[in-house]
Each structure stands twice: as C-alpha cells, then as structure tokens.
Design a protein around this ligand. Structure first.
Ligand code: DOR
Length: 445
C-alpha cells in the first residue's frame, strides 16, 4: 500500500488491541492504515525504533491566561509547553479576563488561537448567574468543551456559590459539565485559618476535606435530580472518592499529577507557595486514596490543571499568594515514571490521558490510534531518564514544582494531525492547531 503522507515505523504502538510492533500510515492528517507498511513509499517517515507510540495526550484542564493575564501565559506559550510534553490537544478554562461567558468571548479565543496554537484546542464556557439560562445554546458552539463551574473561589472571579444558581446551570444543558467542587460558604467561614497561619502548610486546613465533600455532595444532588452528567475536576480526598464510586452512572472523575505526586505537609515546607493550589495538595492518606481510585477504575481522566503564576506573584506572603502550579508539560513523564515503578500500567496511562478524555467529553476522532482517527501521536522513550528542570519548561513562567525530579518516559516527538511539531525538545514548523471537534456538536454538512 502506498501514498501516505507520513509513516511512523518500527515503534511499539499502543493500540486499542494492546501494544503492537507495527507501523502507522497517515493521509490527510488522519490515520489511514495500521499494519506492516513501507516507509519508503511515504512522503515522510518517522523512525520510531526503540520508542513507544502513544495517542497524543489530551489535557482537558489548562489555564492559558489569554486574554487578561498574558504575563503568566498565553495561547502560544501554553501550547508550546503542551507539545513539548507530548500533548496534542488542550481544553482551556474560562477564568480569563474577561471571563469566557458569551459566544463572542468564545469566538475571541478561537480567533486568538488561530495561527498561534501549536496543538488543537477547545475552550470551556464559564457557568455563571448571568449566562445560566443561555448555557444549553452556548455549550453547543463547535469547539466549546462544555460548561465549567467554579463552586469555590480560586483565581479570577468566576463563582457559583448558591444552590439556586447551581441548579439553574445543571438544568440548562445536556453535555457533561466540568466542576471545581469546593464549597464557598465553608471557605469563607474558615478563611481565618489561612489568615492566622500565614504559611501555605495551612492551605489544606483552610480548604479542608469537608470543603470538597460538601460541594461534591451538593453537586451530585442536583445532577441526580436532573439526570445531568457531571465531571468532578481535581478530586483530592478519600471521602469524595467513596461518594463518586457510588455515583459512577452520572459522575466522572479527574485527578491531577500534582496531587498524585506532591504530599502535605512536606511539599509546603520544601516548595512553599509553589505547592499552593486549589483544591490543595493533601497528606498521604488522600494521595493513597487517589492511587487506589486509579487502580479501581474510579478515575476517568488525569488532567494537569496547568495554572501558571509568576515566581514574583508566588513570593507574596501566604495567603495573598495565588493558587496554581504549571503542569501541562510534565503530566506524561510523571505518569510514565509512575508506570515504571509499577503504580499503573502503560495501557492505563493511555486510558487516563487519551481514551478517558475522548469518552467522557465525546471528542470526535481523537484519543486512540485507530483508522480514521486524527494522526496525533506522542512518541516516548521509556528507557530514557531525565531530570526535570525549570529552564526546559515551555511555559512563560519558566518553573515547575517538579524541578530536580528524575523522570523516565521522555517525549521525543509530538505529531499533531500528521505533522511533527516537536522533536527532541525543539519545535518544528509553524503553529497549526485547530479547534477540537465533538460528537455532540458536529454540524451537518
Ligand atoms: O489552584 C488553582 N489555580 N486552582 C484553580 O481552580 C484555578 C487555578 C488558576 O486559574 O490559577
């Protein structure tokens, strides 16, 4: 068979049938054949000998700060960091300035991304009192990832604190809704804990387990009442995992590599505010519960919650310091390192970073190495070890909470719709990212 634009040959390919030593042929940006192919008949060939070929990572939780805070990150630098880490599609969050609340706000983001995004992208619309009745229409705009709700205040002023507004939002729409579940009334009540302690070690005490559990209970109550599918982002507590395991018919679950890797109280002593994020990094009891939930299949997705702030901003005295840590570039190496230590299988890494996002958000044609799917690949060397360093980070803020950690599973080549955009840490070509397509909003031709 001939006439491919690209053949990736000689690698170990992670397919839905398992890991196969097989070649992948690409035509017009899509996977056209999987089998024994002839690279010399393709316009371009990538020799993947010794490498594993994964579907490109889909990071469904990133904050790229454009518009409004582009001194922290923008769509070019955020997607640059993404492809350096084997990520081929990102879902970007609506707590920008202005907030993403209208069709015009969404369009402005697509316009900004055009010709500047290194990978494919979707944008969430924020759920708020002012647009609650419009959400069923807004969530169906092509390229929109769906609705994101903040039940607890974090960076920016997107917030739904009361039950009446939350219920209006849950009722108005049908797509799976992504939620930051921290209970704002309890956060307000307990704010004195942070103010008095003046050290980030108090972060998980202020934003305690009950803050998260209460919010998730409130959310599930309305989700059940209205039959709405919800996705609970960055789950951090053992208690919520129990509750979510009992509600898997409605709720899907996301955890972050930060919560799977950093542990309280040590991280606050060593990293200070650079470990401060919402919801907080907690102690080992909770981290163990997150890993158990991965092993038991309760967790559907790992998303980075890439939330960059400058080191200058992080140097403000706690709790004036902003919450959030970068992570889009380090997700894949961190999970592959965990796999090398036997914490999970390579197939489960791909399930959490590729198949899971596709399944829960109904992404069209991504997340699997299968014929007809977009030719998005992350080629990784599972033998290579590397130290994570601030200076190797593509993010504008140039730091990572994981600096100094040795990781294996280095992303060597990233391919977006058949075009290699990263090789050995160097970007190739020009930014050609496009909006992600969703099964629920494909328009008739
Ligand atoms: O720590 C966080 N930072 N959690 C969030 O939910 C928002 C994020 C940000 O945008 O900085």
């Amino acid at each position: 068979m001939s006439g491919f634009d690209l053949v990736v040959h000689g690698g170990h390919v992670v397919t839905p049938s398992g890991v196969l030593s097989i070649d992948v042929g690409v035509r017009d940006g899509r996977i056209a054949a999987i089998g024994q192919l002839y690279p010399d008949q393709a316009a371009e060939a990538i020799d993947a000998t010794g490498l594993f070929v994964l579907p490109g990572i889909i990071d469904t939780q990133v904050h790229f700060r454009e518009p409004g805070a582009t001194h922290k990150e923008d769509l070019e630098t955020g997607t640059r960091a993404a492809v350096l880490g084997g990520v081929t599609a990102v879902f970007e969050m609506p707590n920008t300035d202005p907030l993403t609340l209208t069709a015009a706000d969404l369009q402005a983001k697509f316009d900004r991304a055009k010709g500047r995004a290194w990978c494919d992208h979707a944008f969430f619309i924020g759920g708020a009192a002012e647009n609650a009745d419009e959400l069923a229409r807004l969530e169906r705009i092509p390229g929109c990832a769906g609705v994101k709700v903040f039940m607890g205040s974090s960076t920016g002023n997107l917030l739904v604190e009361d039950d009446a507004t939350l219920e209006r939002i849950v009722r108005n729409g049908t797509r799976r809704m992504a939620v930051h579940a921290e209970d704002e009334p309890r956060l307000k009540e307990r704010r004195h804990v942070a103010d008095e302690a003046r050290h980030p070690r108090a972060h998980p005490l202020w934003r305690d387990e009950t803050v998260c559990l209460k919010a998730t209970q409130r959310l599930l109550g309305f989700a059940r009442k209205h039959g709405r599918r919800v996705h609970v982002l960055h789950v951090t507590t053992a208690e919520e995992m129990e509750l979510l395991a009992a509600n898997k018919d409605l709720a899907t679950v996301e955890v972050t590599p930060s919560h799977l890797t950093l542990v309280a109280p040590d991280c606050y002593e060593t990293l200070g505010t650079c470990a401060q994020m919402n919801p907080p990094v907690r102690e080992m009891r909770h981290q163990n519960a997150l890993w158990r939930a991965i092993a038991e299949g309760v967790v559907d997705v790992v998303g980075s919650d890439h939330a960059p702030h400058t080191l200058e901003e992080k140097a403000k005295p706690y709790p004036a310091s902003p919450s959030g840590v970068p992570g889009v570039q380090t997700t894949l190496p961190l999970l592959l390192t965990a796999a090398s230590r036997g914490k999970l299988s390579l197939e489960r890494v791909v399930d959490l970073l590729c198949h899971g996002p596709q399944r829960i958000y109904q992404i069209a044609g991504k997340g699997r190495i299968a014929r007809g799917y977009d030719a998005d690949f992350a080629l990784v060397d599972l033998q290579a070890w590397q130290e994570l360093k601030d200076e190797d980070m593509g993010t504008k803020v140039k730091w990572t909470p994981f600096a100094g950690m040795r990781v294996c599973g280095v992303p060597k080549v990233t391919v977006v719709r058949g075009k290699a955009v990263m090789r050995d840490g160097e970007l190739l070509g020009t930014p050609q990212g496009r909006p992600v397509r969703f099964a629920e909003t494909i328009s008739p031709s």
